[in-house]
Ligand binder design. Sequence first.
Ligand SMILES: [Zn+2]
Ligand SMILES: [Zn+2]
Length: 98
Amino acid sequence: MTSTASETSCVLCGHPATEALDPPRRTLARGLDPGDPSYSVTVILPDIALCAKHSLDVREGALFVGWCDDQRCRTYGALGESSACGRPYERLGQSKRS
Ligand SMILES: [Zn+2]
Ligand SMILES: [Zn+2]
């Protein structure tokens, strides 16, 4: 595994990240062409970088990571918390475990 840029920081606390969870895929319903309602875009979000503490919390289900899809943000944060644009972070589909 190649190490990524050292300035990668935890999406929740800003401390140096030690782990990156696989990014969820998200299909955006809105399109570039307002005349075509069926237009959708699947985006692959960036890895969820987490520090050791928060990666444990997320794996244990004690904490959820949300995503703000506002163009000004497009960042992860703690689910339900307000993002920089003022909208709360939305729930993402968690990676399935079976
Ligand atoms: Zn953290
Ligand atoms: Zn936002």
